[in-house]
Design a binder for this molecule. Structure first.
Ligand code: ZN
Length: 488
């Protein structure tokens, strides 16, 4: 809050030229807000950045607004009480249902990692061969940071307030907020702010894209666009340098499943609990209906993914039209007879000795921790194993190494030859590609005065900036952490 200066200032505190750590501070004449408070993820250096709080006075924030329940957008919310914030955390209804659990399980995981580190049992993985891929990443010498404890996560959980999509809500002096469906994961929103101009006149509109899903999302309802072109658009650019081929991913998927069944193989899929798990479950449900699975069990080794999936069925209005109609007829789009959910470590271990063809979906999606690492360790040196990657892999982590052609790896201290077949289906993403990102901007009508590209690698946002400059009249900026964007 301040007496003079522009109508709105947006200060960038993360996700500038990188894909994690989303955090933006909004300052107006009458309000002080934070949009997202995400974790930096990936290497140890990235994780250590989480310990350094953004340089701002959290006690003066009127509210914290969160686009969606992915860790890179919400993972540091548990730090808010210790930083002096006592206000509301404003989110959409599905996110309000997910977020408390995401935060408490994150607190549990942070504690567990410290305990494991002290006991020498922390999950580790690295590539041993070939030499050009070998990396020490994943072998920790320092304990991982603990950002917040359970009690803080629960306190933030109690501060969460759910708001409906497409309804303006006054949230601070001179500022209204509206959530727009972003078609990324259930509950994901773009955040539109309408700020009164000092001395009158048209209000200033600022839009934070959050993560933007593909234009034709097979699972989620289409995006909602603002009627009023924003003066400032702060926009993600994760896939700004990619164009997904219009290949038939389903046919590729089906042929992998058929071979898995025919050759009596074990198919492992690293997935994230929110988003990728549901995208794949929808494809499995279709394969089940098409008679491809024929009783081959599909194990979902993630209680969180199972709960997130239930949330999709509970919000049918947010689903794609045909999926919505099926839901109204009582068909859960993410259920099929071959699906079994493993809710505990014991249940997870119960599938270890299965000799017949089966599929296991588990996290982490980067294949470097969580139950998938255990499943991979057990089976990666067996020729009847296959590991299917469907998502972007972070450089330096095990999934990236396997896709790049690792022949020998070390997992939790055991050196193992890679005899598993490594499969990849490209082009499945919860993020819009370059064409869809451009389409998303163009559907707003006139070009926004300023577009600030964030949440993408330097390469991705650089390439997308060139595409934008050739297509729209906006002033396209590539801000760095610490930069401020002003709108008068
Ligand atoms: Zn996301």
């Amino acid at each position: 809050m301040r007496e003079v200066g522009p109508t709105v200032s947006v200060r960038i505190h993360g996700a500038a030229g990188e894909v994690t750590g989303s955090c933006y501070e909004v300052i107006t004449r009458g309000a002080h807000l934070l949009v997202d408070f995400g974790m930096f993820q990936g290497t140890m250096d990235q994780e250590m950045r989480n310990l350094v709080a953004p340089d701002l006075d959290f006690s003066t924030l009127d509210a914290v607004l969160v686009t969606h329940a992915h860790i890179d957008h919400c993972g540091r919310l548990g730090m808010l009480p210790a930083l002096g914030f006592n206000g509301p955390v404003l989110v959409t209804e599905p996110t309000a249902e997910l977020l408390p659990r995401v935060l408490t399980s994150s607190a549990t995981l942070q504690q567990l990692r410290i305990t494991e580190h002290r006991a020498g049992t922390a999950p580790t993985s690295r590539v041993l061969a070939p030499a050009n891929l070998a990396t020490a990443i994943g072998i920790r010498t320092e304990p991982p940071p603990v950002l917040f404890m359970h009690r803080a996560a629960e306190r933030v959980g109690r501060a969460i307030r759910a708001l409906p999509f497409m309804v303006w809500e006054p949230i601070a002096e001179g500022v209204d907020l509206r959530f727009l469906h972003a078609s990324h994961v259930i509950g994901a929103a773009s955040i539109e702010l309408r700020v009164q101009r000092v001395g009158g006149g048209d209000p200033v509109h600022v839009l934070f894209s959050g993560d933007v899903g593909p234009i034709a999302n097979p699972l989620l309802a289409p995006h909602q666009w603002p009627e009023q072109t924003p003066d400032l658009l702060v926009m993600e650019s994760t896939n700004g340098a990619r164009r997904f081929q219009q290949v038939d991913q389903y046919q590729e998927f089906v042929s992998i499943l058929k071979e898995t069944r025919a050759k009596n193989q074990r198919l492992l899929l690293p997935v994230f609990a929110l988003g990728r798990a549901q995208t794949m479950l929808q494809m499995f449900a279709r394969a089940s209906r098409d008679g491809v699975l024929q009783g081959m069990p599909v194990y979902l080794d993630s209680a969180m993914a199972s709960r997130a999936s239930e949330l999709y069925a509970r919000h049918p209005a947010l689903l794609e039209a045909s999926v919505h109609r099926a839901c109204m007829r009582g068909t859960n789009p993410l259920h099929f007879p071959e699906l079994h959910t493993l809710m505990s470590r014991r249940e997870s271990e119960s599938v270890d000795r299965i000799q017949t063809a089966c599929v296991i979906l588990a996290g982490s999606g980067f294949c470097d921790a969580g139950p998938i690492l255990r499943h991979v360790k057990l089976a990666i040196d067996q020729p009847d194993t296959r590991i299917l990657f469907t998502g972007h892999q972070l450089d330096g982590l095990l999934g990236h190494g396997l896709l790049a052609g690792a022949t020998r790896v070390e997992i939790n201290g055991a050196a193992l030859d890679v005899r598993a077949k490594i499969d990849r289906i490209a082009g499945i993403s919860g993020h819009a590609d370059a064409d869809d990102l451009l389409e998303w901007v163009k559907r707003m009508g006139p070009s926004p005065a300023t577009i600030a590209l964030t949440h993408g690698s330097e390469e991705a946002r650089g390439e997308f900036a060139a595409i934008l400059r050739a297509s729209v009249t906006s002033d396209v900026r590539l801000p760095n952490v610490g930069d401020t964007l002003a709108v008068d």
